[in-house]
Design a protein around this ligand. Structure first.
Ligand code: GDP
Length: 189
């Protein structure tokens, strides 16, 4: 599937009509620095679409991008930015949890983005629990696979698969392009 158009539509921090306007949503979550923005840019093939290495002040909203005039990419704030205060982190976590538990949004797929070296963090495990509880379909994209050998990647991915309980786990690298086409085909038909 080729993405022919993608543009930023809106950033939201709470209830908004856009979250239930009938357009299918593909939501991306992940800890800060896992490469979530890079992945969104690679999938859409638009370099500056999601800002890479964003400062914490710019990551406080849920950003929606319209893809092929047919689906939204929902970029949820990155969690755990090293320089954010505990209060700021808590606020972001609440916004993310709100999207999945209390907003009107029913994403057709949620992509949890991980850094292959870090694997599943406590934050990711909390997210898995919430996604399971609220029956949101999800998959895991293990990014930055260029940083390890194939064997090391396999060793990192095995426990992730176990915890993911049947959800798809795809390996990728926005740096080399590995897995990006597969992920795009999987998410945008
Ligand atoms: P975000 O905070 O999750 O949105 O992460 P960014 O997309 O801003 O990326 C954080 C850093 O990781 C940047 O320096 C990227 O260039 C780098 N990065 C992203 N994807 C990859 C990847 O697949 N491999 C490597 N080696 N670095 C990556």
């Amino acid at each position: 599937m080729k993405i022919t158009s993608a543009h930023f539509v809106k950033g939201v921090r709470g209830t908004d009509e856009i979250l239930h306007d009938g357009t299918p949503q593909v939501a991306f979550i992940g800890r800060s620095n896992v490469g979530k923005s890079s992945l969104i840019n690679a999938l859409t093939d638009i370099k500056g679409l999601a800002k890479i290495g964003k400062k914490p002040g710019k990551t406080t909203e849920i950003n929606l991008f319209l893809v092929n005039k047919a689906a939204y990419i929902v970029d949820l704030p990155g969690y755990g930015y090293a320089q954010a205060t505990p209060k700021e982190r808590e606020k972001l976590k609440k916004l993310i949890i709100w999207y999945f538990t209390a907003s009107e949004a029913r994403p057709k797929e949620v992509v949890i983005v991980l850094d292959v070296k870090a694997g599943l963090t406590e934050f990711d495990k909390d997210m898995l629990m919430i996604l399971n509880e609220h029956k949101h379909p999800y998959m895991i994209a293990v990014n930055k696979c260029d940083k390890l050998t194939q064997q090391e990647v396999a060793a990192q991915v095995a426990p992730i698969r176990e915890i993911a309980g049947g959800a798809d786990v795809l390996t990728c690298s926005t740096k080399t392009g590995k897995g990006i086409d597969v992920l795009r085909d999987r998410l945008f038909q």
